[in-house]
Write a protein that binds this ligand. Structure first.
Ligand code: PDD
Length: 284
């Protein structure tokens, strides 16, 4: 079925949607994006996604084509036009069309695009089974905190993981796990401590990560925000990843090492259940 997508003010059928070959998103990956989850037809934690969007734009000195406060109404209409009950809303801003030149155009004309993807997130069978992940070198640039559309390193890592028989990639730099190909990485130690890498320029500041840390505090878990090695992850009691597109997703093996019994762990499952309950309650 053809979707209705949003392109710079118009709500049009996806086959009619066009972007110029001179769009800087296409030529330079000069664009930023956000993926917000949809549950029950409503957006999960959308205000936090829009706040991160504003930060990404500001870090790249890129303008927003519409006032930021007008974006939720556009998102609402895109969801309604497509009657999305569960899935994702993708939003991208690029620096827009200009003749090819490394310098920014003098007259900036940023472009805004949105589309939906219908998909079951809460009832994903992979959540019951858990993911097998493969480690891959993290070859990305030094500003991974900016959510840019330059995703080739992540795409290569994920593809290599698939070709190695895994479901996803965890990226590793100097022996330490940075994050997953499109998610943040967590482990749980034998004594129940939750560990995830601290925020910095080397990982994306995940919106789901933050929500999960709030739930962990509510559940009385001890949390350490610090780097962990691949070996520490492989020897952990539990492991999982977090993202808007999969929420809390158990990890049951890393490379050739099975995590504990090779099934989703209890801490992970409890965090996932609570995350979904809160997401349902607070989506808007
Ligand atoms: N990816 N780290 C990376 C590299 C990501 O691409 C993502 C999200 C995350 C998790 O962030 P959040 O919890 O805000 O979704 C962490 C999205 C879902 C994507 O590219 O499809």
């Amino acid at each position: 079925m053809s979707r209705i997508v949003y392109v710079n003010g118009d709500y049009i059928r996806e086959e009619d949607a066009k972007i110029s070959v001179f769009d800087r998103g296409f030529l330079f990956a000069d664009g930023v994006y956000e993926v917000s989850a949809v549950i029950g037809g409503k957006l999960v934690d959308n205000a936090a996604h829009l706040k991160r969007l504003a930060r990404s734009l500001s870090e790249l000195k890129m303008g927003c084509p519409v006032p930021l406060e007008d974006i939720p109404a556009i998102q609402r209409r895109v969801l309604d036009e497509n009657a999305v009950e569960e899935g994702m809303l993708y939003l991208q801003i690029s620096r827009g069309v200009a003749d090819r030149d490394f310098n920014f155009p003098a007259q900036e004309n940023p472009s805004l695009v949105m589309f939906t993807q219908t998909r079951s997130i809460t009832d994903n069978p992979k959540a019951a089974k858990g993911l097998r992940v493969a480690s891959q070198p993290d070859i990305r640039w030094a500003r991974r905190d900016i959510k840019t559309v330059q995703l080739l390193a992540q795409s290569l890592a994920k593809q290599a993981a698939y070709e190695a028989g895994a479901d996803d990639a965890w990226m590793v730099e100097e022996g330490f796990v940075t994050e997953g190909s499109s998610n943040n990485a967590f482990i749980v130690t034998a004594d129940g401590t939750l560990i995830t890498r601290q925020l910095g320029n080397d990982i994306l500041h995940g919106i789901t990560r933050r929500a999960v840390l709030e739930i962990a505090a509510e559940q009385g878990l001890t949390v350490e925000e610090r780097p962990f090695t691949l070996a520490e992850a492989q020897g952990a009691a539990e492991a999982f990843s977090t993202s808007a597109s999969a929420f809390v997703m158990p990890v049951v093996s890393i490379d050739d090492k099975t995590i504990s019994q090779g099934v989703p762990g209890p801490v992970t499952q409890k965090l996932r259940e609570r995350y979904i309950a809160i997401a349902r309650e607070t989506a808007e």
